[in-house]
Design a protein around this ligand. Structure first.
Ligand code: EPU
Length: 420
């Protein structure tokens, strides 16, 4: 048995409240953005997760001082420009694909850098051509050799960048590069995710001049210099949806304190159709479920559509829903791999290309299953709440990459889930 395993048993309905932590996919970019200004930066609402620890190590490897997280607060001290080593080594990039977001700030401020090429992910091929094409349009040139992308520029110049697809991290990279480019940059077909708005807010607090973040057209007036940030990250909509799915699968009534409901319209609508009673409260969301779930069809899309990150939980829920559902994945080719594990738990799911047909069964059956990425592992753990007998989830350390104390926080509302 692997050390990083969780054991999950079905139990009583969940009751109480869960505090939703800061958004992983915001905090990692905010950390990269500190490279744009020397001095002491403070980021609040930082979750204690493995990806933040790896991103901290990556910044440290460049000569940046990164504190431990104290009460959700991270202090980052970026030294003078000539004391930063603009290099992201393979050993760290290989552990966290999101580290590609250091490329934009490094090119913009240090005018040269070397970043290891990120590999694929368990859920498919993940190229970086959109990032490189967009940064090239701003005046960077790239060479790829020995697994590294080397970038150089005499200084970036603002221009109109049209993204082929509203890629989240490509938008992050162009945004962070353009704030120090000379003149005006317009990013067309930009990603509209709430975490992009958060990044733009922090950059504006640092002195950048960005408008339109959260729409598909972002305009940036370049400035010569930025000052250090003091920023509070938004809360994690994916974590909030994960905890709502836990309530759907175990039953109960839980308040998700701090859940960013304004950024969750589409997923909340789907969760309502599936059978959750959701109330937006002054401090977050209240979610309750007391009956069998209902089937529905779901297709993943870039924000404001239903995010691909929600899909594994949705599939777990639909596995035990009354009726037949069709789930379509439009972003990542391999993001149905974990379905084989759900089948081992008795789910009746047939996949065909990027579609899954799910015939709901009344209960799943606890089994030994393996998680292979953050969301898939969390979704399998939650499926264990609706399965008879014990579910043993190996590969559970993937969950720690994106969720602070996942088993402990679920246990606090009554779930029977613990580390082996
Ligand atoms: N794509 C390209 N070329 C590129 C970039 C993307 O072909 O240069 C393709 C991808 O292969 C994919 C699509 O474009 O088919 C969309 O990918 P996107 O670039 O938007 O994804 P990402 O920026 O790499 C972020 C999140 C993911 C989340 C996706 C989709 C971060 C660090 N990661 O990835 O989050 O699934 O957007 O919303 O922000 C997670 O949190 O577990 C996670 C994987």
């Amino acid at each position: 048995m692997q050390k990083d395993a969780l054991i999950i048993r079905p139990g009583r309905p969940l009751e109480g409240s869960i505090e939703i932590k800061g958004a992983k996919n915001s905090v990692l970019k905010l950390m990269a953005a500190t490279l744009l200004a020397s001095g002491t930066h403070t980021i609040e609402n930082v979750p204690k997760i493995a990806d933040v620890a790896i991103m901290s190590d990556l910044l440290r490897s460049m000569g940046v001082t990164v504190s431990e997280i104290v009460d959700g607060c991270l202090t980052i001290i970026v030294p003078a420009e000539n004391e930063v080593t603009p290099r992201a080594p393979y050993e760290l990039v290989e552990k966290i694909r999101a580290s590609i977001v250091v490329l934009g700030p490094l090119v913009a401020r240090y005018h040269r850098c070397e970043v290891s090429m990120p590999g694929g992910d368990d859920f498919g091929h993940r190229p970086i051509d959109f990032h490189l094409n967009a940064l090239e349009a701003l005046g960077a040139s790239f060479e790829t050799s020995h697994g590294y992308v080397s970038a150089a520029t005499p200084g970036l110049l603002g221009t109109r960048v049209v993204l082929e697809f509203p890629s989240h991290t490509a938008t992050d990279n162009v945004l962070m590069a353009s704030v120090l480019a000379k003149g005006t940059t317009v990013i067309e077909n930009a990603a509209r995710e709430p975490e992009i708005i958060d990044l733009a807010d922090m950059l504006n607090e640092m002195g950048a001049r960005i408008s339109g973040a959260g729409t598909s057209r972002i305009e940036v007036q370049g400035v010569d210099e930025l000052k250090p940030a003091h920023h509070r990250a938004i809360s994690d909509r994916v974590e909030a949806a994960t905890m709502a799915a836990a309530v759907a699968l175990a039953g109960g009534n839980v308040t998700l304190v701090g859940a960013p409901s304004i950024y969750m319209d589409m997923v909340l609508e789907k969760l309502g159709v599936i059978g959750l009673t959701i109330t937006v409260t002054s401090d977050g969301l209240s979610v309750a479920c007391s009956e069998r779930l209902h089937a529905t069809d779901v297709a993943t899309l870039p924000y404001p559509g239903v995010a691909t990150d929600y899909k594994p939980f949705i599939v777990s829920m639909l596995s035990v829903a009354e009726g037949v559902s069709i789930v379509t994945e439009n972003l990542f080719s391999g993001r149905f791999k974990y379905v084989d594990e759900l089948r081992r738990m008795g789910a009746d799911i047939r996949t065909e290309g990027h579609h899954a047909v799910i015939r709901g069964v009344p209960r799943l059956s606890g089994a030994q299953v393996k998680g292979t990425d953050i969301r898939a592992a969390a979704a399998l753990a939650l499926a264990g709440l609706a399965a008879d007998g014990e579910t043993i989830l190996t590969g559970a350390s993937h969950i720690e990459r994106g969720y602070e104390d996942f088993p402990g926080r679920l246990r606090a509302v009554g779930a029977d889930i613990e580390r082996l």
